[in-house]
Write a protein that binds this ligand. Structure first.
Ligand code: SOE
Length: 378
């Protein structure tokens, strides 16, 4: 296939920039994508950091002012891997400059902040995408296929958890390069926007819209040092959040996230119970999908542990040979495969900015409910 180059301007060079750069580098090796991503410019306020990142990942040039990257006519796509408070300004400027825009999740700190982003990309008519990468784990994509085929029947329950333990120590600071996720000004919220946003994105993609929510949040450590100023400051994020919801299809949702579940590093799980069948998935065992079908012959009925590694399972035909697993990093490869295909076909891959706005709206409703103690309609 004759491919047009797609020049990437990467804004930020932390953990997420690594996952995206890796995926841009390998997507055309494994998939016949319609564009060849080119790692053109990486930008960080700290030029030394940008230079080290560029050397490692093969970016052609570095920049310390994101506005210059956005203004560069050679750049086709702006990829935003910055703390949440910086997504909106960069995304809106990039859309106004006519660039395709990819943003890390959540789209913004709040729905109010996300709305002008959606308006900007839609007004400019530029391709746009939010990196909710877990949709493209093969086992998760297989779950979606099973749901869309109607195998579960009427859905009664949707259950999801995202449990971590990395902030239990009160000496972990807030703010700055590595710990901005703990600073409410930069992150907008704690586990709700960072982790439950993933659960919500999958839930509405698999099970449809959420109608209303009731939530409980807690901040266990009330003060932390700010890594930038060195001063102790009140903590404004939610350390833990549990919420119940009703989906428009009549099913009940049950969600929990915390960074205080000792022993759990990234235990993202979901389980869906339908009239005929149930499915469950666990990020710590990400290449397996658990499936129970009540219509199976009674004597052999039971939970099947499907090792998702065969060529007729989502994405797997492009990788090694049946039985050999892939992992977390490849979910980003898959999302860019579908994003690039959507750019070429005019049928955009989701979640677009507009799709991700809905996740922001649900996060807002969850936080509002935790504050008021009332059910909140989304
Ligand atoms: C937080 O620790 C984090 O890195 C999230 O920000 C990511 O979105 C999640 O995929 C893994 O955990």
């Amino acid at each position: 296939m004759n491919k047009k180059n797609l020049n990437i301007g990467m804004i930020g060079c932390g953990f997420m920039a690594k996952t995206h750069s890796n995926a841009y580098s390998n997507v055309a090796h494994f998939f016949d994508v319609p564009y060849q991503p080119v790692l053109k410019t990486v930008c960080d306020l700290n030029a030394e950091r940008a230079a080290a990142f560029a050397a490692k990942w093969g970016y052609e040039q570095i920049e310390s002012d994101w506005r210059k990257v956005v203004a560069d006519p050679a750049i086709d796509l702006i990829d935003i891997c910055l703390p949440n408070n910086l997504h909106a300004e960069v995304a809106i400027a990039a859309a106004e400059a006519g660039k395709a825009v990819v943003s890390e999740k959540p789209l913004a700190r709040t729905a109010a902040e996300a709305e002008p982003m959606v308006a900007a990309v839609e007004k400019a008519g530029v391709p746009n995408f939010v990196s909710f990468n877990y949709r493209r784990i093969p086992a998760v994509a297989l779950a979606k296929r099973i749901i869309d085929e109607g195998k579960l029947g009427r859905v009664f329950h949707y259950r999801a958890n995202f449990l971590q333990d990395w902030t239990i120590n009160a000496n972990v600071p807030q703010g700055g390069k590595d710990t901005w996720r703990l600073n409410v000004k930069e992150a907008g919220s704690g586990v709700t926007g960072d982790l439950l946003a993933h659960c919500i994105d999958l839930a509405i993609w698999q099970n449809g819209p959420v109608r209303d929510v009731t939530a409980l949040t807690e901040t266990f450590i009330k003060e932390r040092m700010n890594a930038v100023t060195g001063k102790m400051e009140p903590v404004g994020i939610d350390d833990a959040c549990t919420f119940l919801c009703r989906f428009a299809n009549g099913s009940l949702g049950n969600f929990e996230s915390t960074r205080y579940a000792r022993g759990h590093k990234a235990l993202f799980t979901f389980e869906i119970n339908g009239e005929h069948a149930s499915i469950k998935w666990d990020l710590h065992d990400l290449h397996r999908l658990q499936y129970f079908d009540h219509r199976d012959e009674g004597a052999v009925r039971g939970w099947r542990s499907i090792h998702v590694s065969d060529g007729d399972q989502p994405f797997m035909g492009a990788w090694w040979v049946p039985g050999l697993a892939i992992g977390y990093g490849e979910s980003f490869t898959h999302q860019f495969k579908e994003f690039l295909e959507g750019m070429a076909s005019g049928k955009p891959a989701g979640p677009t900015f507009r799709d991700a706005l809905e996740t922001n709206r649900i996060c807002d409703a969850v936080l509002a409910s935790a504050k008021s103690g009332q059910w909140v309609t989304v």
